[in-house]
Design a protein around this ligand. Structure first.
Ligand code: KG4
Ligand code: ZN
Length: 348
């Protein structure tokens, strides 16, 4: 099966071609145009600017990635149809709809967060070879817009155990970076500086860590950083490194503690992390160590698939097709597909 996937839910335009044969996955093409340099100057993603850039880039990116015989051998076209910025989503969706309709192909409407989950399958061969061995899996979904603990009993099945009540953890990284004047996106910079900092320098709160549920809250942690800065008035380089390290440690501790607690209650067979924040070394190290202690396999995506990309969308679509999910559209039904900016993983 050969799948062409398009991703445009936020500030990355991405195209991929993936082949799967039941036993293995082969990524044939994977191209990403990132708008980060454009949005950096505004300190975050500006939806209108992002949408305009998708208009400019999507067709040239398809042309340069696929060459002349664009859809040769393609069985399905997949596209992210939510969650994300509506104005960004519709550009990728309009492109995918046109390609599928003109070439008489089925369209797979993929949930962006499900794409992040399946970046684990893209990165770990043993998951592709024998998925059943690792179900039910516990997925920690951490990105710029989401922080969720999700139980995955099987392919395409998701039960939401808990989520953030305010900021997502990636958003907290971005806001802390902004407070420290470090630029956008915050995660990569904060985690890099944290490596040179003392994680015990500041005793930041661990919001909701000991609450008997799986919900999170990160806005108080960000506010604690703000109060620290206001109190100090001036910060030097070492202070910044220490704040980054102490903040990261607090965020990681809450995420890891709730994840490990859920593994026990739900008797899972594996732990996975997914989303932009799964690039974070500290989080992976702590989860890896704790998973080892309780003898559970821990999976994470390759660094190149942690951020937004179309390869993960193609992988999710592949499993949607082989498990006969109902998000596969044909003929005129393709044109009824609408973007779902708040599409939850646990809702079809
Ligand atoms: O999944 P993603 O690329 O986009 C969304 O779907 O939101 O996630 C982006 C988020 C940003 O908040 C970014 O700061 C964060 O992931 N991020 C990180 C790291 N790399 C990216 N957060 C912590 N540590 C990192 N190394
Ligand atoms: Zn994402």
């Amino acid at each position: 099966m050969r799948i062409l996937a398009i991703e445009s839910s936020c500030d990355e335009t991405a195209i991929a071609i993936l082949e799967g044969n039941g036993k293995s996955l082969k990524l044939k093409k994977n191209a990403i145009y990132s708008q980060i340099d454009i949005h950096k100057q505004y300190g975050g993603v500006v939806p209108e600017v992002a949408a305009r850039k998708h208009v400019e880039t999507v067709i040239p990116l398809i042309d340069s990635t696929l060459g002349k015989n664009k859809l040769k051998g393609v069985d399905y076209v997949a596209v992210t149809s939510g969650p994300g910025l509506v104005t960004s989503l519709i550009l990728g969706m309009a492109t995918a709809k046109t390609l599928t309709f003109a070439n008489d192909l089925p369209l797979v409407a993929v949930n962006h967060m499900e794409g992040h989950v399946y970046s684990n399958w893209l990165s770990n061969k043993e998951l592709v070879k024998d998925s059943q061995k690792y179900f039910p899996a516990l997925i920690l979904v951490v990105s710029g817009g989401h922080t969720e603990l999700v139980l995955m009993p099987g392919h395409g099945q998701y039960q939401l155990l808990g989520q953030t009540l305010d900021d997502a953890v990636g958003e907290a990284y971005d806001k802390v970076a902004k407070l420290l004047g470090l630029g956008y996106p915050g995660g990569p910079i904060v985690s890099k500086l944290a490596e040179q900092g003392n994680k015990e320098a500041y005793d930041f709160p661990r919001p909701m860590m000991d609450k008997p549920n799986y919900d999170f809250s990160f806005s108080g942690l960000k506010t604690a950083v703000l109060y620290t800065l206001e109190k100090k008035k001036q910060v030097n380089k070492q202070d910044i490194n220490d704040i980054c390290a102490s903040f990261q440690t607090a965020a990681t501790e809450v995420l890891a503690k709730k994840t490990i607690k859920a593994t026990q209650e739900y008797n899972v067979k594996s732990i996975m992390v997914a989303g932009g924040v799964s690039a974070n070394k500290d989080l992976k190290q702590v989860l890896n160590k704790q998973a080892k202690k309780i003898d559970l396999p821990f999976f994470y995506p390759d660094l190149k698939y942690t951020g937004d990309n179309a390869a993960m969308i193609a992988t999710a679509a592949y499993y949607n097709v082989i498990n006969k999910k109902n998000n596969i559209l044909k003929n005129k039904a393709i044109f009824d597909l609408e973007p779902r900016s708040n599409w939850q993983l646990s809702k079809n």
